[in-house]
Design a protein around this ligand. Sequence first.
Ligand code: BDR
Ligand code: CA
Length: 311
Amino acid sequence: MNKKPVIIDCDTGTDDAIAIIAALYSPELDLRAFTTVAGNVELEHTSRNTLNLVRYLGFDTKVAVGAAQPILRRTIIHSGDNTHGDTGLGTLVLPKTDQPFYNQTAVETIYEEALKADGELELIPIGPLTNIAQAIMVHPDLKNLIRRIVFMGGAKYGGNITTTAEFNIWGDPEAARIVFAAGIPLTMVGLDVTLKAALNLQDAADIRRIGTPAADVAADILDFMFERLGRGGEDALMHDALAVGVCINPDLVKMKHYFVDCECSGQYTAGHTFVATNRIFQGEPNCFVCEELDLPAFKAWLHGAIARSKA
Ligand code: BDR
Ligand code: CA
């Protein structure tokens, strides 16, 4: 099998952690590195969570630390609403590894791996796009070295952090704009599909039954998500795992090619992904937008990936 060389750029995060587990056990992927960014919680936590998780499961994949702040906005951008708990993994506490982070920044790691993969590297950003945009700015030749970016973020319609913006894109709108303008093939796995990617109690029980440390981590996180739902928070939505799934198998969704940009200056709409759906302004298509989800196929893929931790 020809494995896809990929980097996952993450702000780990509850659903990021499940995406990472699915990716680690997906034979279709050649995971070159994880790069971390501030988002769901502060960079210190997103980085630690990623490193602890990957090492706890026995993988030696590089984890490189990235941006602590968005490109222009100076605020700390964690959600502050207990969506991911205080440190990002709900109530789960993983053993702390004493192994170090990779000795290069996220930006340099992305560039280094892009050069090595000779045009084949794919990026799967599942947090704010800060590292990706910075890498494009620092290394302008990167746009010819990346095969595709499949990112979780944005929405054709609606939002989850504001009325019109999805959290990852809202976290760094200027970075998103740089990525949309880069000329790299893009696939947007946004709320139009991820709001449909909810697991239920039965799915969680099936995952728990797998009986491995990886499945237990996923099931513990799902328990937190159900408790979160009970207090009025978000459902057990697999936003980020769906981006990994779509990178491996685009048939999990239906997508269409559109012109997409990010609203940076709107007083109420900053972080909104503008998808040119109407006939009057169409623009030159630059991004595949996922519009429909095959939920049973996605669930089967996710369960199958986690179950491979038995092997
Ligand atoms: C995105 O924001 C975060 O809460 C999730 O990890 C996901 O990447 C969904 O809007
Ligand atoms: Ca995320």
